[in-house]
Design a protein around this ligand. Structure first.
Ligand SMILES: *Cc1c(COP(=O)(O)O)cnc(C)c1O
Length: 419
């Protein structure tokens, strides 16, 4: 398969080779990234990319759905079993579209929605002003407590009472602590709002049972499939039976055309993988690694938003180190440690050069790294921060990073990284 690509399009082949080498030859700490298995990779690169399947199993607009119907039903069933949900829609192209569909399934444009503000860890699609969700809905945003960096559920309840939103969104993209979905659900109920929970980041932890699941409390749960859940890029919606029709209609024909069947088949594979004891071990190790990394960072004098972590994610507040987030992220990238700079709650700096750095442990955990390596990585981060303007020192650190990477190979895939 790959030699055909090499022959037909050597330019793209060479770039894929370089990217595969970059992914295996660097420590990937981007909290939303992971490495999928070879099985997931094969399914997502299959002949299903050739097939249109607008509609749902048994109700398609085009013929030739003998196989696609079976695949979609399997994906739905696996999603329902894994997350203990009444209904699953496995068609959303991404987490962003899944969120939009969740809102449109429950309320009308112009209605009030309430989500976590972006600089406090929320996602764009939780009603942030530049997102369509902030434009077509009347968006109210809650924030984390400035002292603790965590949710103050009483404050959120007060804000909900004041604004009477029709939807409260629980979930985050840069929140290092456990989320009490039950408490959010009670707040929503107390003001007659629907609750949409967005578990894009923590879906793998929820599936493994090591983070509280929102499924019993939320009207609709939205997720991506490619973060801790470790599937291909995609989105998914889970909901109570009573909203099934509305959710399905919101996805298709409300927002999308034909579903990406190749991704859907790979999502099905990933969910079978997630329904195993090995996956539970992986999810537990993610949190152990994250805690070990956080502990070491604290020892090195870093300040962490909320003081630590309960999940896969750590948000470093760099203000006491006097290093801008972008500068540290760039220096780390030269040391082959890939991260992203990130706003911290009430960040005095601009979102283009914020005061924080976000890291996550899902990808390194997939490579088999444990607490010892997590601590070593924290040390590397500290060394880079201490030698931020010293190119020779950073070059030296990158050699040690490469050595660590070579001991923890990435899951096998199509592209040969060595020339
Ligand atoms: C990543 C993320 C999304 C969006 O997912 P895409 O697949 O990038 O569209 C939505 N919500 C949260 C909380 C996320 O972290």
């Amino acid at each position: 398969m790959i030699s055909a690509l090499e022959q037909y399009d050597p330019q793209i082949y060479e770039l894929l080779r370089q990217e595969a080498a970059r992914q295996s030859g660097s420590i990937r700490l981007i909290a939303s990234e992971n490495y999928v298995s070879k099985a997931v990779m094969i399914a997502s690169g299959s002949c299903l990319t050739n097939k249109y399947a607008e509609g749902y199993p048994g109700k398609r607009y085009y013929e030739g759905q003998q196989v696609t119907d079976l695949i979609e039903i399997i994906a739905q069933e696996r999603a329902k079993k894994l997350f203990k949900a009444d209904h699953a829609n496995v068609q959303p192209y991404s987490g962003s579209i899944a969120n939009m569909a969740a809102y449109l399934a429950l309320v009308e444009p112009g209605d009030t929605i309430m989500g976590l503000s972006l600089p406090h860890g929320g996602h764009l699609t939780h009603g942030w002003k530049v997102s369509l969700t902030g434009k077509i809905f009347n968006s109210v945003q809650y924030e984390v407590d400035p002292k603790t960096g965590m949710f103050d559920y009483d404050q959120i309840a007060d804000l909900a009472k004041k604004h009477k939103p029709k939807i409260i969104i629980s979930g985050a993209t840069a929140y290092p602590r456990a989320i009490d979905f039950k408490a959010f659900g009670e707040i929503a109920k107390s003001v007659g709002a629907y609750m949409v929970s967005d578990i894009a980041h923590i879906a793998g932890l929820v599936a493994a049972g090591i983070h509280q699941s929102p499924v019993p409390y939320a009207d609709v749960v939205s997720t991506t499939t490619h973060k801790t859940l470790r599937g291909p890029r995609g989105g998914m919606l889970l909901c109570k039976a009573e909203y099934a029709k509305n959710v399905d209609k919101a996805v298709f024909p409300g927002l999308q055309g034909g579903p990406h069947m190749h991704s859907m088949s790979a999502i099905a594979v990933a969910m079978a993988e997630a329904d195993t004891p090995e996956f539970i071990q992986y999810a537990k190790q993610i949190v152990k690694n994250s805690r070990a990394m956080a502990e070491k960072l604290l020892e090195c004098g870093f300040e962490l938003v909320s003081g630590g972590t309960d999940n896969h994610l750590i948000l470093i507040d760099l203000r006491n180190k006097n290093i801008p987030g972008k500068k540290l992220a760039k220096a780390l990238d030269r040391a082959k440690i890939v991260t992203n700079c990130n706003s911290i709650p009430n960040d005095p700096a601009s979102p283009f050069n914020p005061s924080g750095l976000r890291i996550g442990t899902a990808a390194v955990t997939t490579r088999g790294m444990k607490e010892e390596q997590a601590k070593q990585i924290a040390e590397f981060i500290n060394q880079v921060a201490e030698n931020i303007d010293n190119d020779t020192a950073i070059e030296k650190i990158s050699k040690e990073v490469l050595l660590l990477c070579s001991q923890f190979p990435v899951p096998e895939h199509f592209i040969i990284t060595e020339k």
